[in-house]
Write a protein that binds this ligand. Sequence first.
Ligand code: F6R
Length: 251
Amino acid sequence: MSNAAAKLIAAQLRRKPDSVLGLATGSTPLGIYRELARMHREEGLDFGGVRTFNLDEYYGLAPEHPQSYRYFMDENLLRHVNIDPKNVHIPGGLVKDIEASCSEYEASIGQAGGIDIQLLGIGRDGHIAFNEPGSSLGSRTRLKTLAQETISDNARFFRSLDEVPRFAITMGVGTILESRHIVLLASGVEKSDAVRQALEGPVTSEITASALQLHSTVTAFLDDAAAEKLKRRDYYKYVESMRQVVGQEDL
Ligand code: F6R
């Protein structure tokens, strides 16, 4: 799963060296970042012109906090590739004027020409970025109060539940939907309900990932466990095998 997604990103960077990538944190994209770092090291994959925008950041955590998403990105991708630090954008976890800083974040995505590929994981409650159930499907970058389920899911990274931040700054669903190509990743049976509802359920703010059904170009990379509850799983596999027939095997 990770290698296939990394290959897609590498193809994008070769096609357009100054691509704008939307990046996610969490456990899911770790394998992709490892593979991209390897491609840089061993195959010279060039990040020199790449611009990045992360989906979200915990509010209240300093960049050097080991659980901040800034720290995560530095450790897992950025310091392993030749990206220019001035091209890296991650919402600030300590900003004072939250509204102004969220508007600036949106504006800088626009100034970069929009996001070419947006990577997404999915929460067990169907969230994308930190757009918890009930988030407006037109939402923009803003401060979001985290749901209890997300707080307890993320507690594994902190010493105690009390240390998990209660807020995050996150791109909105509307922001994400403006990306040109969205790549959704999910692995493990614990994501299978969210995946089914996102891809085959009704479009609803209760499962913010279901908004992806409104986008023209979404690629989902799922392992078998995450895909096991999909009703049309056999059809998707068939479609995948038919790509070769129409010469789209690299999509
Ligand atoms: C992370 C993010 C979240 C995660 C989701 C899944 O930047 O925006 O939406 O993608 O919570 O997390 P993992 O991958 O840890 O299961």
